[in-house]
Design a protein around this ligand. Structure first.
Ligand code: GLY
Length: 564
């Protein structure tokens, strides 16, 4: 037996016992970061998080404050009527965990609820109004975070959001653009129109949106915790409001809602550990699968056309698997181990032609175009080294555009993330199959990909909104950091995307120059330039070599990143 294995077997328990007796952790203590940092999609949400850190809260309390503030000031992206995934790293025991606060289908939901008698999808039914709304998870997740990970009571961490709801926030251009996009749906809900519009028209730039009912709902959550939202008078108002407008919620739906603590999916890429969202998100699995395929190439030594071609081919194959295999793991068996295994990726890589695009039609499976500037992401690091990467959503901008009267809660339209009809694309052009079919109490498949990456060089906390394009955006930002970038470069990186079907590379203006575009076309790729930029990445980067902290908010959005 080798000497070091003898030492490990016989001496390690002894040393461990001594360390435990001395009250020391078994692993070497990590030097904590010199600063704390928050990057979020709205300056007021970043401020809410900083004020809670300043009041003695940790990163988890700050995450409650930022989530709740975003619910008030960025209602088009996330809110109490929605859900999300909070990826946590707790420094004291180095525990990584994902709080799954994803919405669940109502118990009365049925597989074919959005189909007409001929089996065709009824347009709009899974997108607008209360029938599109799944049971919200965000209030339960905030209560869970505060109770199990935070240091402050909910009343303290929700206080900034309550004040913002009472005092109002100013309408900006982003709000106006998305309210215009959802104007018809918002007008159809009198309670939503009364809050988010002005006399049934778009509010003026700079007009204050005050949300007295939402302030009251947040205060109830602060006082009573989870049950204040999911039981009692508020729950009754939510159910009555939904059902009187054609929805199918019950009090049992709310009473039974639970967050789930899930083990994140993990992988390795060129000496970096990647920690990302587990199912019912497809994000982590697809991200690690793409990285595994790309790990065999020296990307930074390749010319731009080859590098982009190989990255696109990895995206194509991971998104194909997403459609085929991913769903709610509490309902379907998702072969996570296989999909994130390097040998499985080697098999996929073997099908990539180094010089020619693989037509998606040659791969089994089926799907179509993307829209969406919805959802929200924020990243937090505190001075103890605790971290949060959280991606939250109400799905399309302003969700279902429906507010049950007297609640101030704008409901999600996350039911559209199910496959209403296997093989038929949803609002993001994503096709799914049976794994993501609707079932009572099931969570719809998501692309939200809050992610950490760690190496000797440093730790990054990152994520973005953007529907189906979330995963490819996180991939490109992650590659930027791994190949020498930092927070600022990771949020600015130009974006291209392939999601298997439609079979084309979608890209934002400036992402592919003329020469690169011509080289990709010559390899058999179809290209489609979008008419605007997309995504809203929020990155915190802790450079461990220099022990410096940097935070950056996507230049495409109106967010704010602060280091304190
Ligand atoms: N609603 C967007 C997503 O979860 O992927």
């Amino acid at each position: 037996m080798m000497i070091h294995s003898l030492l490990r077997r016989h001496c390690l328990p002894f040393f461990s016992a001594i360390l435990l007796l001395c009250g020391m952790p078994l692993h070497a203590a990590e030097t904590p970061p010199a600063k704390a940092a928050i990057a979020s999609a709205h300056p007021l949400a970043t401020q809410a998080g900083l004020s809670v850190l300043g009041a003695g809260g940790n990163a988890f309390d700050a995450a409650v404050a930022v989530s709740a503030a975003l619910a008030v000031v960025e209602p088009m992206g996330s809110g109490l009527g929605g859900g999300g995934f909070w990826l946590l790293h707790r420094a004291e025991d180095r525990r990584d965990v994902m709080i799954d606060g994803r919405e669940r289908a109502p118990l009365a939901a049925t597989r074919d609820m959005y189909l007409d008698k001929n089996g065709a999808v009824i347009p709009g039914l899974s997108v607008d109004g209360p029938l599109a709304a799944a049971i919200p998870g965000t209030p339960a997740a905030l209560a869970h975070l505060a109770r199990h990970y935070g240091r402050l009571p909910l009343a303290k961490s929700l206080a900034p959001a309550i004040a913002l709801a009472r005092n109002g926030f100013a309408v900006d251009e982003h709000y106006l653009k998305l309210a215009q996009f959802r104007l018809t749906a918002l007008r159809a809900s009198p309670a939503a129109a009364a809050i988010f519009l002005h006399q049934d028209a778009l509010p003026d730039l700079g007009q204050l949106i005050k949300q007295a009912d939402l302030a009251h709902t947040l205060a109830t959550l602060a006082e009573q915790g989870r049950d204040g939202f999911y039981q009692g008078p508020l729950a009754e108002r939510l159910v009555a409001g939904v059902n009187s407008a054609g929805g199918i919620w019950s009090l049992d739906d709310l009473a039974q809602y639970e967050v789930v603590e899930r083990t994140p999916v993990t992988g390795e890429y060129r000496g970096w550990r990647v920690i990302s969202a587990a199912p019912p998100s497809s994000g982590g699995v697809a991200l690690i699968s793409m990285l595994n395929m790309l790990a065999a190439y020296d990307l930074d030594k390749l010319d731009a056309a080859t590098r982009t071609h190989l990255t696109v081919e990895a995206m194509r194959r991971a998104y194909r698997d997403r459609a085929e295999y991913l769903g709610d793991p509490d309902f379907v068996k998702v072969p996570v181990e296989r999909l994130i295994h390097p040998l499985y990726a080697a098999g996929l890589r073997a099908t990539i032609h180094p010089e020619r695009a693989t037509p998606s039609a040659l791969l089994p499976g089926g799907e179509e175009p993307t829209r969406g500037a919805d959802t929200s992401h924020f990243s937090v690091l505190d001075r103890e080294g605790n971290r949060v990467a959280a991606t939250l959503s109400v799905n399309l901008p302003f969700g279902a555009a429906f507010v049950p009267p007297g609640t101030g809660v704008l409901l999600n339209d996350e039911m559209d993330d199910f496959s209403a009809k296997p093989g038929t694309p949803n609002a993001y052009g994503l096709v799914g199959f049976d794994a993501n079919a609707i079932a009572p109490g099931k969570r719809p498949l998501s692309s939200m990909s809050p992610t950490f990456i760690e190496s000797e060089r440093g730790i990054a906390i990152l994520g973005t909104p953007g529907g189906s394009r979330i995963i490819s955006m996180v991939l490109l930002s992650l590659l930027d950091i791994v190949h020498g970038g930092d927070a600022v470069s990771s949020v600015a990186v130009k974006r291209f995307h392939h999601q298997f079907l439609p079979d084309l590379i979608q890209y934002e203006p400036g992402a592919l120059d003329e020469k690169l575009a011509a080289a990709l076309i010559a390899r058999g790729h179809a290209l489609k330039q979008g008419n605007r930029d997309y995504g809203n990445m929020q990155t915190v980067w802790w450079d461990k070599v220099r022990n410096t902290v940097q935070a950056a908010s996507d230049p495409r959005g109106g967010g704010a990143a602060e280091v304190r």
